[in-house]
Ligand binder design. Structure first.
Ligand SMILES: C[S@@+](CC[C@H](N)C(=O)[O-])C[C@H]1O[C@@H](n2cnc3c(N)ncnc32)[C@H](O)[C@@H]1O
Length: 249
């Protein structure tokens, strides 16, 4: 389905993927405390809930918030103004696989729930070029929590996300891409529901009506309902894991 239409469905939500401020803050606390990023890049920022948290924590950092969908960036600009953080954040519309920046120009790269769009392995290899050596990249990605998922859950992800790895499998991808994982932790269940699935469920009532004549959009909405149902049943079998990575030279 057209990417603009997909993104439009996720407008006017607190955020566009699973996440919660406490986890963003916790990930920051796992980076050595003397680290002060001069320049930060938030890739696939959406409307920027995590960008605002980063701007509060790293108040001296110049944060570039990048997304493909301009309405999310406009939303973030408004939120940053409301929070008095507009001086810390610049937005940039571009694709994560064609970054318009100088090589080795960022101290910190952040990606909550967006690396899957390129595939974690490719994303980590490509983004490394824009990160200074010995600096940090934080990524959250969906991982298996069990080696033997239930049949229904396994079948669902085989179709949606066939490359999904366990946490140890993800760590292998990380080291092959030239990083050291210094820490990892799992997103709590509240990170799926409070800012994402619950408001999305409400929005889907409106979307079903708005796109009642669009079969593709209706199928996409049914897919989201199925995804929520799978999460209700099998949240112990998979979820988002945050990885705090150091860029090896
Ligand atoms: C799952 S959402 C995560 C958003 C945000 N990080 C969060 O956690 O709420 C993925 C984001 O990636 C953006 N996106 C999709 N394709 C992209 C691309 N090729 N380049 C940059 N951003 C992209 C979407 O617009 C969306 O905002």
């Amino acid at each position: 389905m057209d990417i603009t239409l997909v993104c439009t469905m996720f407008e006017e939500l607190p955020r566009q993927g699973p996440g919660v401020d406490e986890s963003t803050t916790h990930a920051c606390s796992l980076i050595p405390s003397d680290f002060k990023p001069g320049k930060t890049l938030d890739i696939g920022c959406g409307s920027g809930m995590q960008t605002l948290t980063l701007a509060k924590i790293f108040s001296d950092s110049k944060i570039t918030a990048l997304d493909i969908h301009q309405p999310f960036l406009d939303d973030l600009t408004m939120r940053a103004k409301d929070a008095g953080l507009e001086g810390n954040i610049v937005t940039h519309q571009a694709s994560m696989d064609n970054l318009p920046f100088e090589m080795a120009s960022f101290d910190l790269i952040w990606s909550e729930g967006s690396a899957f769009i390129m595939g974690l392995s490719l994303a980590l290899q490509y983004w490394k070029k824009f990160l200074k050596p010995d600096r940090y990249l934080v990524v959250s990605d969906c991982t298996w929590f069990t080696d033997s998922p239930s049949d229904e859950c396994r079948a669902f992800f085989e179709e949606l996300c066939p490359d999904m790895k366990s946490e140890s499998g993800t760590e292998e991808i990380i080291s092959s891409a030239g990083y050291r994982a210094i820490s990892s932790f799992r997103l709590p269940d509240s990170g799926w529901w409070d800012n994402y699935y619950s408001p999305l469920k409400e929005r889907m009532i409106l979307l079903k009506e708005r796109y009642k004549d669009n079969d593709e959009a209706q199928a996409f909405i049914r897919g989201l309902e199925k995804e929520m149902d799978i999460h209700r049943k099998y949240s112990k079998e998979y979820g988002y894991t945050f990885f705090v990575l150091k860029n090896l030279k």
